[in-house]
Write a protein that binds this ligand. Structure first.
Ligand code: N01
Length: 541
């Protein structure tokens, strides 16, 4: 813990929530309504979390607008008018600002407040958290609503410090920057890269894309909601929300119950084609066994390969864009608009660094091992995140007997019981991150499930006179094994995907499958069962 300036005042709360994104806002609203003394700290100057920071051109969610929104207030869902099938970053941010105003949440949020550390005081059963400016908060419960993808990965590009041009990260993109007319390089072809590349191609002079591993990119097929469509959805909202909560993915998907090889080749092709035309994540519901059977996955991969050949004019570029070393889905599937089409533009060039290795960045751009030099005005980094653990390990969090969370997780991997608590850190509750469905579901549904469970927990503790809850080590080990076992039933761990799902995108990070892959229904059963059995796997005292 950093020293606290002598003049700093200490503020006491029952619940301190870290983060004012989808999780933090709902926690504040719900817990406050239930009479808890709750306060939120947020490092940004505004609400929104992920949707505040990721303002890069083309940023858009791949869950439908009407589902990527809170379900807990019918007036809210009736009065808010989404305009497009998939929401742009600005639309989601506008929605969250509206929620903050409508429910008078801002008065209990400290903005521009970055917590640097938090220490558990065993004798008093309280957390003491310190902000970068020295302010100190004391609270019985520390709720970590910090997001899964909120700390960018460190730059690990050879000689990057040599580059004297401008460097922009998609993660904290300057509002309204389009790099018009410039020579721009982009590193990264994940979900972010696949959105920013087509958008920048429209405005920059010249765009050079540095690709290490290609992704399977499914067309979004975004469109305005047509006349009467939103009204129909609003009328159906109660049932729609139930359908979302009873689907593993936290959003209803019309999944085909058939396996890929139960049908003949023509039906397989036409099913893929129909889902491809429909666009979006529904493509993954083409057949039931795509994520379980290698042959089924090979069939869908081959379908995407033929699409790339059909769309991309230059055969060499098309070849580089085809993922071949991991199953579709082992890396988070990418949904984007005009991604493959963008490579037919004269001002866009793909540099496949698996085929033509990168030597180093230079003052003016970068050089390949074969001596080819690229000169650029601006480098855009869409290189991903220190997923799940980053926001925890960058803080100095100290639990029982001064145990460091960063040291523990960096050594053993991020272990939790039911994704809600971790042994040695009493009353620190994790919201929709490691060990729970989180990113493998509609995040908003997963968040609501967690917030509602946490609110029941805090009510129970208050009513029954408990003041601390802590995950038990054996239960935690068992849950970590369950999470691994579930992932092992799928094709997710296969191939060389280097996925952030298991920390493989960061050199030296302990690899452990972090999201729970069996979906929110199974997960809901597990956490409800624990609660019904006096919070089995946790110690309440
Ligand atoms: O990050 P990523 P992201 N040299 O880690 C490359 C969500 N999201 O920000 O694969 C060269 O997926 C790296 O290459 P490789 C969504 O859950 C959702 O794009 O490691 N390349 C990869 O291409 C998503 O999965 C939406 O070989 C380097 C890229 O950078 C998650 O956020 C939109 C490199 C990183 O891809 C993260 O996506 C946006 C290096 N040294 C994001 N280091 C939607 O809802 C990294 N790379 C639509």
């Amino acid at each position: 813990m950093p020293d606290t300036p002598a003049t700093t005042s200490v503020t006491d709360y029952e619940v301190l929530v870290v983060g004012a994104g989808f999780s933090g806002l709902y926690l504040l609203h719900r817990l406050r309504a239930e009479g808890h003394r709750v306060h939120v700290v947020e490092q940004a100057p505004e609400v929104g979390g992920t949707w505040y920071w990721n303002r890069y051109p083309g940023a858009r969610c791949d869950v439908e607008s009407v589902d990527y929104s809170y379900s807990w207030d019918n007036d809210l869902q009736q009065e808010w008018d989404w305009t497009e099938k998939y929401p742009a970053q600005g639309d989601i941010l506008a929605y969250l600002k509206h929620v903050a105003d409508r429910f008078d949440l801002r008065k209990d949020i400290d903005f521009d407040t970055t917590l640097t550390g938090a220490e558990w005081d065993e004798s008093q059963g309280l957390w003491t958290a310190t902000a970068a400016d020295g302010r100190v908060y004391r609270a019985r419960y520390l709720l970590m609503a910090v997001g899964c993808l909120s700390v960018p990965k460190d730059i690990d590009l050879p000689g990057f410090d040599n580059f004297e041009g401008r460097v922009l990260r998609t993660y904290d993109w300057p509002e309204g920057e389009h790099l018009t007319g410039q020579r721009v390089g982009v590193v990264g072809t994940g979900s972010t890269g696949a959105q920013v590349i087509p958008a920048l191609a429209e405005t920059v002079g010249d765009l050079t894309v540095v690709q290490r591993t290609p992704n399977f990119v499914i067309p979004t097929r975004n469109r305005p909601l047509h006349d009467g469509e939103l009204e129909g959805i609003k009328a159906d909202y109660p049932d729609r929300r139930v359908r979302n909560r009873t689907h593993a993915a936290g959003v209803f998907r019309n999944d085909n119950p058939k396996n890929a090889f139960e049908v003949d080749a023509e039906e397989r092709r036409s099913t893929f084609q129909e889902r491809w035309e429909g666009g979006g994540i529904n493509f993954l519901g083409s057949f039931a066994d795509l994520m379980f059977d290698q042959a089924a996955n090979d069939a869908v991969a081959e379908f995407v390969h033929t699409k790339i050949d059909e769309i991309v004019d230059d055969p060499e570029t098309a070849g580089s864009l085809k993922p071949k070393s991991y199953p579709l889905g082992a890396k988070r599937p990418v949904v984007a608009t005009d991604y493959y089409e963008t490579y037919n533009r004269d001002n866009v060039h793909l540099v496949d660094v698996k085929k033509r290795p990168l030597d180093t960045f230079t003052e003016k751009g970068f050089r390949l091992a074969d001596g080819t030099e690229y000169e650029l005005d601006t480098m855009v980094l869409a290189t991903g995140f220190d997923a799940f653990t980053g926001p925890f390990t960058k803080m100095d969090i100290r639990g029982t007997e001064g145990r460091s969370l960063a040291e523990t997780w960096n050594r053993d991997g991020a272990k939790t019981h039911l994704g809600l608590g971790t042994a040695g850190f009493p009353n620190m509750i994790i919201v929709a991150s490691v060990g729970s469905p989180s990113v493998l579901a509609n995040m908003v549904t997963a968040i609501e499930q967690h917030v509602e469970w946490i609110s029941r927990l805090l009510d129970t503790m208050r009513e029954e006179g408990y003041t601390t809850i802590e995950a038990q080590e054996p239960a935690q080990e068992a849950w970590v094994q369950t999470v691994e076992d579930v992932a092992a039933m799928t094709l997710w761990p296969n191939g060389d995907s280097g996925s952030w799902y298991r920390g493989a995108n960061i050199d030296g990070k302990v690899q452990i499958f972090m999201p729970y892959a069996a979906g929110i229904v199974e997960y809901g059963n597990a956490i409800d069962k624990s609660a019904a059995n006096n919070y089995e796997g946790f110690t309440l005292s």
